[in-house]
Design a protein around this ligand. Structure first.
Ligand code: HEM
Length: 386
C-alpha cells in the first residue's frame, strides 16, 4: 500500500539530518513572499467593504497548503489549485481512513484502500499532478544549494528514486500529509486566541515583530522571526492548552519493561502518552486552566531572551506537543517558521475579531483521539490602514 515508504523513510531523515532551516537559508523570505501573494487572495475583501468574515479552519488549511508548498516544491507548483485541493483532501482522508482500515483484516486492506480511493479521489491523482513539478526540481538539480525541501530529498534519495519523479512525489505527498493540517490547527487556534486578546496586547506583539524585523535591517528573515518571542509563546501556549490528540506518540515495547509505578509491560505492548495530564500539571504550569499567551515569553526577557528551553519547538517531558525521543516531529522548526510568517503577515495587515454576537469560545470538534478547532467558527478580517 505504501511501497518502501515505511522501510526506507529517507524523507524523514532528510528533515532531521540536514537541519532543514539551516540548509534552506531562503526558506523564510520565500514563504513570506508566498504569504504576501496568498493572504490577500484567501482573505479577499469583497467590493467596497472594509472587512471579510470567513470560516477560519478551512481558510487556513488552504493558505497553509499554499505557503507550505512554496517551501516543499517552490513556485509555480505551490500555486496549482488542482494539486493543492487534491493534496488537502488526501491529507484530510488519511486519519479517518487509517481508522477504517483497522476494522478490516490485514489481507483485505489494500483492496479496501483502492476502493475508498476510487470513491474519494486518490493519492495517485495527487502524485500525478505533483510529478511534473518534481521533475523540474530533478532537472534543476540544486542539491548543493537547496532552495526547496524537494531539493533536500534529492540529496538523500536512493539511486532508484533520484531520477524518478513519481517516487519522489510520493514522499512529498506524505510530508504534506504530516504538515498541512497540523500547522493549520495551530494557526487557527492562534487566530482565535489573538481575536480574544485586548488591543493593547496585540499592539505589543506587533511592536515586537516590527522591532525584530528592524533589527535585521528591515528584512523579515529567519533571524528576525526567531525574535518573535511573544508570538512564539502564544503558539507554545496553544499547544499546551489545546491538545491536538488525547493520546499519541505510540510505541510498541520490544522487550519486557517495568514502568515507574511497578507495572510490568509484556513485549509487544502498545504504550501511548496522554498530553493533558502533563500539560495541565500545576507544579510545572502555574494556573494551568488559564490560557496565558505570554507564559513563556515572560521567562525570556533581558539576558534570558536566548533561553531556548522556553521556545515553542523545544522538546521536554513536560511538553509533548511534538512528541518525544527519536521519533519526535522532525518538521517542527519548519512548522513554527511557517505559522509565524503567516500570522505575522495577517497581524500586520488585518485586525482580527469575532463576528458580533458569535461565541468567542467556539467548541472544538473531537473525533477518535483527535481534536481540531471548530470548523464552522468564523472571524472578521478587517484591513488595517497602514
Ligand atoms: C504544528 C505543527 C506540527 C505538529 C503539532 C506536529 C506533531 C507531530 C507529532 C506529535 C508527531 C509524532 C511524534 C512521536 O511519535 O513522538 C509528529 C511526527 C512527524 N511529523 Fe510532525 N507536527 C507538525 C508539523 C510537521 C511538519 C510541518 C512536518 C513536515 C514537513 C512534519 C513531519 C513529521 C514527520 C515526518 C513525523 C514522523 C517522524 C518519525 O516517525 O520519526 N510535522 N509530528
Amino acid at each position: 500500500m505504501f511501497g518502501d515508504i515505511v522501510s526506507n523513510p529517507y524523507h524523514v531523515g532528510a528533515l532531521i539530518r540536514s537541519d532543514l532551516t539551516k540548509a534552506l537559508r531562503s526558506l523564510v523570505p520565500e514563504m513570506l513572499e508566498e504569504a504576501q501573494l496568498a493572504i490577500p487572495e484567501s482573505l479577499k475583501i469583497p467590493g467596497s467593504a472594509d472587512s471579510v468574515t470567513l470560516p477560519v479552519f478551512n481558510t487556513m488549511v488552504n493558505l497553509v497548503a499554499h505557503v507550505s508548498n512554496r517551501a516543499m516544491i517552490g513556485a509555480p507548483g505551490c500555486r496549482n489549485d488542482r494539486f493543492l485541493k487534491r493534496q488537502v483532501s488526501v491529507a484530510a482522508q488519511a486519519i479517518p481512513m487509517a481508522q477504517v482500515l483497522n476494522w478490516f483484516p490485514k489481507f483485505s486492506r489494500s483492496a479496501v484502500w483502492k476502493l475508498f480511493s476510487m470513491l474519494a479521489g486518490s493519492k495517485d491523482e495527487c502524485v500525478a499532478l505533483l510529478s511534473p513539478y518534481i521533475q523540474s526540481r530533478i532537472d534543476y538539480a540544486q542539491q548543493d544549494n537547496p532552495s526547496t525541501i524537494t531539493d533536500l530529498l534529492l540529496r538523500y534519495a536512493p539511486k532508484e528514486d533520484i531520477n524518478d519523479a513519481k517516487r519522489l512525489a510520493i514522499r512529498v505527498v506524505h510530508l504534506n500529509m504530516a504538515s498541512i493540517h497540523t500547522s493549520s490547527i495551530f494557526t487557527t487556534h492562534a487566530l482565535f486566541e489573538l481575536a480574544r486578546l485586548p488591543t493593547s496586547q496585540i499592539e505589543q506583539i506587533r511592536a515586537e515583530m516590527v522591532a525584530a524585523i528592524d533589527s535585521e535591517g528591515g528584512v523579515c528573515n529567519k533571524a528576525a522571526v526567531g525574535k518573535f518571542y511573544m508570538l512564539d509563546s502564544l503558539l507554545k501556549e496553544v499547544g499546551r492548552y489545546h491538545s491536538l490528540f488525547a493520546v499519541g506518540s505510540s510505541r510498541v515495547t520490544l522487550r519486557e519493561a517495568v514502568i515507574a509505578d511497578g507495572i510490568i509491560l509484556a513485549p509487544g505492548s502498545v504504550v501511548s502518552l496522554a498530553p493533558k495530564p502533563l500539560h495541565y500539571n500545576p507544579e510545572v504550569y502555574p494556573d494551568p486552566l488559564t490560557f496565558d499567551p505570554f507564559r513563556f515569553s515572560r521567562l525570556r526577557t533581558g539576558e534570558a531572551s536566548n533561553d531556548a528551553r522556553q521556545a515553542f519547538t523545544q522538546l521536554s517531558n513536560d511538553y509533548i506537543v511534538f512528541g518525544v525521543g527519536t521519533h519526535a516531529c522532525p518538521g517542527r522548526f519548519f512548522a513554527a517558521l511557517k505559522i509565524k510568517v503567516i500570522l505575522c503577515e495577517i497581524l500586520r495587515n488585518y485586525d482580527v475579531t469575532f463576528p458580533e454576537g458569535a461565541s468567542t469560545t467556539p467548541k472544538p470538534f473531537a473525533f477518535n483521539v483527535f481534536t481540531v478547532p471548530n470548523p464552522t467558527a468564523r472571524l472578521v478580517f478587517k484591513k488595517r490602514k497602514l
